[in-house]
Write a protein that binds this ligand. Structure first.
Ligand SMILES: [Zn+2]
Ligand SMILES: [Zn+2]
Ligand SMILES: [Zn+2]
Length: 329
């Protein structure tokens, strides 16, 4: 195995006039900024104005809080009205932690502005070093059972999307569990390795392992992954309405049952009466009043024409009797 010779000297060994001016752009809006960078979207905010970066300057965008994740390194190019167009966008191919760039980097946490020349050099060298050799540290993954998972890990998962899936992050991604498309800013990161790591005696996981253990799932799926009451699960198992797509609110329709005083009425079903339509809908959507059936089993071989789901029918008979919601036990 041949070791690759260092083609470029570290920035810190270059004369001062060769080192670009570096602007630190630390964004508090970590979710929006991470999605913007990961999708290559133009919502990514660069500093503007006469005091801001000019052509040829380098902007380092960092998101989150300690230790801070380097989301992008950009060489400023041409202006377009008020907005800058960056010629080169580096990253976010590999995780780079701000705190580990040089000793003293943490003093810049959550601030934006020009870096002094000597720190600009250390920052650029540090980024190149972590990019080449991997980040030296790891981070606290947080606990997605009780609260939000660490924003830092969430950001790293978004920025590392290409590494995991081989494709760029889109504004809508499939929930890893139910495979429905969801706005990527609404997907929850789920740390699937947390339990195993706990059993192993909580050995710290390196960044790549942490990112690989983290899955983007929709809210209802995330709820199912963690302890929750039966009532919540019952709601979540209800089919999504094929008409208005709302989830978790469909009520089962009970047919052919008379309501009388001694009955224990179930709180999230509706009573359809005795005039049973054919085909018989099983579910009622209180949001848009559609009723629909589930369990339509496709019999065609995969790869054939796609099955067309039955269109939801509007109730043209008397609306079903809704039982008032009872408090969950
Ligand atoms: Zn899901
Ligand atoms: Zn979780
Ligand atoms: Zn509906």
């Amino acid at each position: 195995m041949t070791s690759e010779p260092d083609m470029l000297p570290p920035v810190s060994s270059l004369p001062a006039w060769l080192v670009p001016s570096v602007y630190l752009n630390w964004s508090e809006d970590w979710l929006r900024e991470a999605v913007a960078v990961a999708t290559g979207g133009n919502e990514h905010l660069l500093p503007r104005g006469a005091d801001g970066p000019q052509r040829g300057d380098v902007v380092v965008t960092v998101v989150g809080s300690d230790p801070g994740i380097v989301a992008s390194v950009e060489l400023m190019g041409t202006t377009q009205g008020e907005d800058w167009i960056a010629d080169e966008l580096f990253g976010p191919d590999k995780p780079v932690l701000w705190d580990d760039l040089f000793s003293g980097a943490s003093a810049y946490a959550r601030s934006s502005g020009w870096l002094p020349q000597e720190h600009a050099r250390l920052v650029l060298d540090g980024i190149a070093g972590q990019f080449r050799n991997g980040a030296t540290g790891t981070l606290e993954p947080g606990d997605c059972e009780t609260g939000r998972l660490s924003p830092n890990l969430h950001v790293l998962r978004l920025l590392g999307h290409r590494q995991i899936t081989g494709a760029d992050l889109r504004h809508e991604e499939r929930c890893y569990s139910c495979e429905q498309f969801v706005d990527v800013t609404e997907l929850r990161p789920h740390d699937d390795g947390a339990r195993a790591a706990g059993k192993d005696g909580a050995a710290p996981r390196d960044l790549n392992r942490l990112i690989g253990d983290t899955y983007l799932v929709c809210d209802p799926c995330h709820e199912l992954l963690h302890p929750h009451p039966i009532g919540a699960q019952r709601a979540r198992m209800r089919p999504a309405c094929p008409s208005c797509h709302s989830r978790g609110t469909a009520k089962r329709i009970v047919w052919n049952e008379a309501i009388h005083d001694e009955m224990h009425l179930q709180h999230d079903v509706v009573y359809g009466g005795f005039d049973v339509p054919v085909p018989t809908p099983e579910w009622y959507c209180p949001q848009c009043h559609a009723n629909f059936a589930t369990g339509v089993v496709g019999t065609r071989a995969l790869g054939g024409a796609t099955a067309i789901p039955p269109a939801p029918v509007d109730l043209d008979v008397a609306p079903p009797v809704e039982v008032p919601a009872m408090p969950e036990i």
